[in-house]
Design a protein around this ligand. Structure first.
Ligand code: HEM
Length: 424
């Protein structure tokens, strides 16, 4: 599905009825940054996803939200991102490539595999490390964890689901129960001990165990106060936020690159000769892969935007990221097309892919490589690290078997992307 057909589908859902649709990059950015608007949609107590979302970062506003964001800033600073890359992402990818190499070969020597589970195992394991969930070394455990987080993700986005919401929510709660029993409880207990020992020794707990769970346990009298359930819902929401988005970003990037190389075969060589090429391609693909195409905010007062548009107090605005991220003023002509050589004016190369303002994605440095908003940093984030390793292994789409869309959602998710590797 193209970005524009996804957009049409989203416009047709009931969730945005009665709201004002905003589609220019400048207006969307201004609203996201303004203190005169508050988060809507995720935060609504009437949303079907409310039992899984109430009290999590993305559903909060004001000082309580900022208190958590200040704590999180240290968890995902440039040093931490480099550590995650070396300690978790690279070994995880080595492991995935070794698993591929052990698979049977076709007569031409290539190895056929499915990019979706491959991407998932890599991405979900690094997300688990950032959040503080242990024990995913064995592939069976990793695959169970992936299914649990996917079911939770479907629960969080149940308001946009094509399935019966009660069925989706039941699956989400069952998955959460299993996750708590099998992985969360032992990981939590380990970190409670770490925090107690560090405090007794007068040390900083996150120095010994640098992850979200340790940070939250250490802050449960302030930023994450309110009881154990607060920590559990935040953990689940964080896991969902960190995984599905990155898998979606990576798989869509590979699909777009394939089409680009079919029309520009000479650019394949750039993957070896120009380290920036894959980074630009990743950012360009992120610009077009909007994980939730519409975000909502409510005006707290009568507001006049710099464009002259007036929005009255109490009005819900639906910020439509897909047209905003193709705005010709910033992205030039044919913004709806993928072009890794695109030049971008006065905005980030990924546009609003990570949102903006107070709720801007805290995981963005992990994905793009560093905090630098221009993306010209000389380091690879998760997306490019994955792409570089798999392209070096000869990744290409399987010409005999086209990708299969996941029909349970409006998201451009795929249940299967058959690929082959020609250089393992
Ligand atoms: C390609 C990958 C990713 C994309 C496209 C993405 C996109 C986004 C966007 C658009 C928002 C803003 C939501 C809003 O304003 O309504 C957001 C928020 C968030 N993201 Fe990401 N994200 C990605 C990866 C990650 C990762 C790796 C993590 C964690 C390590 C993460 C954690 C979060 C959290 C916790 C929030 C909520 C922040 C808040 O409300 O203050 N994301 N993300």
């Amino acid at each position: 599905m193209t970005a524009s057909s996804t957009a049409t589908t989203f416009k047709e859902t009931d969730a945005f009825a009665g709201s004002v649709l905003i589609e220019s990059l400048d207006e969307v950015t201004e609203i996201l940054r303004s203190r005169q608007f508050k988060m809507e949609g995720w935060a609504s107590p009437t949303a079907k996803s409310a039992p899984l979302m109430q009290g999590v970062l993305i559903a909060m506003d004001g000082e309580p939200h900022m208190a958590r964001r200040r704590k999180l800033a240290k968890l995902l600073d440039d040093d931490a991102v480099a550590t995650y890359r070396d300690r978790h992402l690279k070994p995880t990818l080595d492991h995935c490539i070794a698993e591929l190499a052990a698979m049977p070969r076709a007569t031409d020597g290539s190895i056929h595999a499915d990019l979706v589970p491959l991407a998932q195992r890599s991405v979900y394991r690094i997300a688990a490390a950032v959040v503080g969930i242990d024990g995913l070394e064995r592939p069976e455990t990793a695959d169970r964890f992936i299914e649990q987080v996917k079911a939770l993700g479907a629960g969080l986005t149940v308001d946009w689901s094509r399935e019966d919401p009660d069925v989706v929510l039941k699956r989400a709660f069952d998955a959460r129960d299993a996750f708590v029993r099998e992985l969360y409880t032992p990981s939590f207990a380990r970190r409670e001990r770490v925090v107690a020992e560090a405090r007794a020794a007068g040390k900083e707990p996150t120095a010994a165990s640098h992850d979200l769970l340790t940070l939250m346990i250490d802050s449960r009298d302030d930023a994450w106060s309110g009881g154990d359930n607060v920590l559990l819902v935040e953990t689940c929401a964080f896991l969902v936020a960190a995984t599905q988005t990155t898998v979606l970003g990576f798989t869509n990037m590979v699909l777009r690159m394939q089409q680009w190389f079919e029309r520009h075969p000479e650019d394949r060589a750039l993957m070896d000769t120009d380290p920036e090429f894959l980074r630009r391609a990743a950012f360009e693909s992120l610009r077009m892969t909007i994980s939730t195409p519409v975000r909502q905010r409510t005006a707290l007062a009568d507001v006049t935007l710099a464009s002259g548009r007036r929005i009255h107090a109490g009005q819900v605005v639906s910020l439509h990221f897909i047209p905003a991220n193709a705005d010709p003023k910033h992205f030039g002509a044919h913004g709806e097309e993928f072009n890794p050589h695109r030049t971008v004016e006065n905005t980030t190369p990924w546009g609003l892919a990570f949102g903006g303002g107070a709720h801007t994605c805290p995981g963005r440095p992990l994905v793009t490589g560093s905090r630098n908003p221009t993306g010209t940093t000389g380091v690879d984030g998760t997306l490019v690290t994955l792409a570089r390793r798999y392209y070096a292994a000869g990744l290409e789409l399987d010409p005999e078997h086209p990708p299969v869309r996941d029909e349970s959602t409006y998201y451009a998710l795929y249940s299967s992307i058959p690929v082959r590797f020609t250089k393992i």
